[in-house]
Design a protein around this ligand. Structure first.
Ligand code: GDP
Length: 299
């Protein structure tokens, strides 16, 4: 929570400075409301949420003096209202051996790191975990996953660079089943530069997994980098279509001024948000908490 505050503190300070600027000068009239709405939209909250907040604020307060604490309080309440329904812990079905988690997302958004952090969390909970280095395109991604495997004690199924990702996923699932592993975490490639190829590869991975286990993957996690702002919305669209995303992890909230985009994504997609990434180390993955997040945004 501390790091989330520090990171989001940057966005909220911009936001609350903006809010303070608006309310220092004027009372709550048409111009003030418009200025406030603009600030909220610039903070990536989304037009709809921005309008809801300004409307709610205007209700019963129009033409009156309003303190910026009051504005911040309402902002936090409204943001929490949007986020509360999507704050859902990741559930792992103990009856599945393995519960298959496919991790998708654009390169650099934190897939591999999130897999490492999750592997630690799950083994701390007493589950056996296996990792599959499904980003076969990048040698560095394979190496990175192996390092996370060593760090967390999870076996890593990997092949040489350029190997078929779907074949690797298939073999990993076979191994995980044979060893009675609780959770199989599968890394994937995220080359958005070649969208057609990326979609074809992800679809093939999913298809091949289903050949062995028709109800797998049980979870498809999409990692989103909070620092990318509005672009994250497009990424949700693309990966929903391609891979049937079931839940989100928003990373890099420790270093950003742009957490507001999560509010827009929640309002638009309603996908569960399971975790937030607040740093590069293994313990820097926190369950998503709507109230904490809303308070950090409102400042
Ligand atoms: P991938 O290409 O999607 O697998 O992304 P990586 O897991 O390799 O992460 C890309 C970079 O972002 C690495 O340098 C990570 O250490 C860093 N990273 C991942 N998650 C976080 C986070 O929550 N906070 C910060 N500050 N850095 C992160």
């Amino acid at each position: 929570v501390q790091r989330l505050r520090q990171g989001l503190g940057r966005s909220s300070s911009a936001l609350t400075e903006g809010i303070s600027g608006v309310f220092l000068k004027r009372k709550l009239d048409e111009d003030t409301l418009q200025d406030l709405e603009d600030i909220l939209i610039q903070s990536d909250l989304g037009v709809e949420t921005a309008m809801t907040i300004t409307e709610r604020l205007a209700d019963g307060r129009y033409d009156k003096e309003v303190s910026d604490e009051e504005v911040r309080g309402i902002l936090a309440e409204e943001v929490e209202k949007v986020l509360a329904p999507v704050a859902e812990p990741l559930s792992v079905d103990p009856a599945k051996k393995p519960h298959v988690i496919l991790v998708v997302g654009v390169n650099g958004t934190g897939k591999t790191t999130t897999i490492g952090k999750l592997a630690q969390k799950l083994s701390d909970e007493g589950r056996s975990v296996m990792l599959a280095a499904g980003d076969t395109f990048r040698a560095a991604a394979i190496e990175q996953l192996k390092i996370w495997g060593e760090r967390t004690g999870a076996p890593v199924i990997a092949r040489e660079t350029g190997a078929d990702a779907a074949g690797l996923a298939f073999d990993a699932l076979t191994e995980a089943k044979a060893s009675g592993t609780d959770v199989l975490l599968i890394d994937t490639a995220g080359r958005l530069q070649n969208k057609a190829e990326l979609m074809a590869e992800l679809e093939k991975v999913v298809r091949v997994i289903k050949k062995q286990e028709p109800d797998a993957p049980h979870t498809v996690l999409l990692t989103l980098d909070a620092t990318t702002g509005q672009n994250a919305l497009n990424q949700v669209e693309i990966f929903r279509q391609t891979a049937g995303v079931t839940g989100l992890v928003m990373t890099k909230l420790d270093g950003t001024a742009r957490g507001g985009i999560l509010v827009a994504i929640a309002a638009k997609h309603g996908l569960p948000v399971h975790f937030i990434g607040v740093g590069e180390s293994v313990e820097d993955l926190e369950p998503f908490n709507a109230a904490d997040f809303a308070r950090a945004i409102a400042g």
